[in-house]
Design a protein around this ligand. Structure first.
Ligand code: FAD
Ligand code: NAP
Length: 336
């Protein structure tokens, strides 16, 4: 085991924020992880691609950088395949591997940054698909006992950008391997969401395949989202709030143009980006940090910004949205 001391975390988070840690340890296998646990090194933090964290200051912990790789087909028949993926594999590469093999289920999740191991953490989702739709199970190692457990879909308690690992079991388990069940035939493509269909039409694709869907998603994402390599960000900073139908009707009277997407018979999801834009924060800038000009849900570091300032801006936005609309928005990004 090698502990790299005095390691800045700047290269390891997509906000591009500077922060120190006690040391960085690269984990290539479950054995590496057990080595750390047996040597009683603590406190520990788990880091994937750093695309969903906000470093609000120096981190008084050892950082376990997930480098567990590998992709194994566990079961296969004429209809489907069960594949186990090392949690340190980049998510987008896994999506592209699936598409190249003709395996369906995660094509709408192309270009989401980060690692496979972090995908179940917040049940990543985009364009009408969530990873839980293809998820089979995962293996995780307890950070103090070193015991390995298998978590089924039910055990993970997936919700909208939620799982048991973000709640009751927060910071307790290192997810080492995730298995997905992908379809080889008789699958349905998810084309109804947002601009996918329109983009396919613009691409002159009449009968889309998996590659076409992913290409459309990639094109839409590139046109709308800031590239973290150019402007530091962690994607959507807040989750979309869900309100009851009565509250939605009240808001609709005041703001007839407010978008809303029913989630159940009595609940409606509001786009947090719309609320933030309406509150006047789209394109807001304070020194080196701010809210993206095209996408109000994305907080940005223009370079040299501080995590604490982004955190304070997030609190300010939350309060303003509450004051204006009486709706609580909560962060999707993990505050470290
Ligand atoms: P990290 O940021 O490294 O970690 C996130 C949290 O998970 C941390 O608390 C960490 O401790 C924990 N964690 C990480 N790995 C493990 C592990 N192996 N075991 C246990 N805990 C772990 N998200 C979406 O859902 N949909 C999107 O469409 C989307 N688009 C994005 C676009 C951009 C431009 C960016 C920057 C982000 C976007 N995100 C999106 C958010 C982010 O990419 C995902 O949440 C991603 O899964 C985070 O992966 P990561 O490896 O970078 O996690
Ligand atoms: P968008 O299409 O402009 O829509 C704004 C919001 O409205 C989305 O967040 C989405 O909620 C909701 N929405 C739109 N059409 C919907 C529909 N037909 N049914 C239900 N809900 C609908 O959003 P965007 O910002 O460009 O993002 C597109 C997709 O990528 C979204 O799914 C978004 O979540 C995902 N994304 C996520 C992140 C992240 O960091 N988490 C970053 C970028 C993009 P949902 O978010 O619930 O889908």
């Amino acid at each position: 085991m090698t502990i790299k001391e005095n390691q800045s975390l700047r290269p390891f988070n997509t906000f591009g924020l500077d922060a120190s840690c006690l040391g960085l340890i690269r984990i290539y296998s479950v054995e590496d992880l057990l080595d750390v646990i047996q040597n009683n090194i603590h406190p520990l933090r788990i880091l994937g691609g750093g695309s969903n964290i906000l470093l609000s200051g120096d981190i008084p912990a050892y950082i376990l950088k997930n480098e567990i790789k590998g992709l194994t087909i566990i079961e296969e028949d004429e209809n489907q395949v069960l594949v186990e993926v090392g949690a340190g594999e980049p998510w987008h590469q896994f999506v592209m591997w699936s598409i190249a093999h003709g395996f369906a289920g995660i094509e709408n999740l192309a270009l989401i940054p980060g690692t496979v191991g972090a995908a179940p953490m917040q049940n990543i989702g985009a364009y009408g698909v969530e990873q839980e739709m293809a998820f089979d199970k995962l293996r995780a190692t307890h950070l103090t006992t070193g015991t390995e457990s298998v978590f089924t879909k039910t055990d993970c308690a997936f919700g909208y950008r939620e799982s048991v690992f973000k709640n009751e079991l927060k910071d307790q388990y290192f997810i080492t391997h995730v298995s997905y069940r992908l379809l080889k035939k008789d699958y349905t493509l998810h084309l109804q969401y947002g601009d996918i269909q329109k983009t396919l039409t613009n691409m002159s694709v009449a009968n889309p395949g998996l590659e076409d869907v992913a290409a459309a998603v990639i094109e839409i994402r590139r046109s709308k989202l800031p590239d973290p390599k150019k402007i530091g960000n962690a994607g959507s900073f807040f989750k979309n709030p869900v309100v009851d139908a009565t509250k939605y009707d009240e808001l609709k009277l005041l703001y007839p143009e407010i978008p809303g997407y029913p989630t159940t018979e009595n609940n409606v999801k509001l786009p947090a980006g719309w609320l933030i834009e309406k509150a006047g924060y789209k394109g807001y800038r304070s020194g080196n940090i701010g809210v993206h000009q095209l996408q109000a849900l994305v907080l940005v570091n223009y370079g040299g910004g501080h995590g604490k300032d982004i955190q304070n801006l997030a609190y300010e936005i939350q309060e303003k949205v509450w004051e204006i609309f009486g709706v609580r928005i909560s962060p999707e990004v993990n505050f470290w």
